[in-house]
Write a protein of this length. Sequence first.
Length: 331
Amino acid sequence: MDSVRGMFERRAELYYTLAEVLAELPPWLMLPGREWPLTQAAAKLVPLSTAAEAMAQIPAEAETTRRARHTRLFAGPGRPRFWLYESMWRSGRFLGPETISLEQLYKGAGLRIVGAEAPDHASVELAFLAHLSKQQEAEPEYAVLWQKLERDFIKKHAGQWLPALGRSLAASGDEVYGPIGEFMADFLLDKGRPQKQKRKLTLSFRLPIVVHQELCSLCGFCVQVCPTRALTINETPRDTILLLSSSACNGCRKCKNVCPAGALAMNGADDGNPVYEAHTTLRRSSRVYCPICGEATVSRAEIDFVAEQIGRPGWLTYCQLCRSELLEKQQ
Ligand code: SF4
Ligand code: SF4
């Protein structure tokens, strides 16, 4: 039950951070994508999403450059390239019939709009979805009703145009708002999918997922016991990544059973209903660089795990070679 409740909170966070991105330029948007609260909420809620992966790869940028992107796409000069109002997307008119009906809907659901934005602005609709998710957590006895409201709202409003906006942003080629748009479209389309179809998906897959990201030290035990080689650990110059090839997995649970940290669950049962890609990232951790020679060494996750056992001696982040040389000098 706790994990289900946590899921509502994470979903609210995800909707809310998407709302922030489309409302203005939140201060965190200047940071690298992997540090955004949006990406972190996505990693917890849909850890297997390639669109979320793409967001995590976005580099940091100066505020002026990020702001220029926002202005170019959503403000003008002249007609904005992308309108952020439902009424513009659906009827080509600002303040169309959707605007009035939405205001009444929000009031009925207990959401008061603060600020100057019209009720059918993308950020307000996403904030309303965050509100509906929060209510599912705050009033568990009415969770089914709040959930229905969320689904209906996606079906009748947000899902009618925000996925199209997201795909258009993705097609725009903008390196920041493109991946965000792609992720928003995927997420809303998945949330709007009928429940029956989702249940079928859940029953037809039994795949592992790292539900407790912070516990996984990338030790690789799960990779070693996997009989089908569905799991691999890949190292790029920047990251160490635990990858699952979903088509190779037979659902034997050996990985889950061997994991010393209890980080794995099958089929995301503890964490909603993730969408699996052909090759999905179960865990990613940035690599640490040797302070002596600058070579990439092991991952931050592995360093943190060792540090928990032995503390942080000065040589902990040295590469193998520099560590050997240090030992030789000390002898
Ligand atoms: S999931 Fe468990 S076994 Fe696999 S790398 Fe992470 S900590 Fe190790
Ligand atoms: S469930 Fe079995 S086959 Fe699938 S990844 Fe885990 S160990 Fe490999």
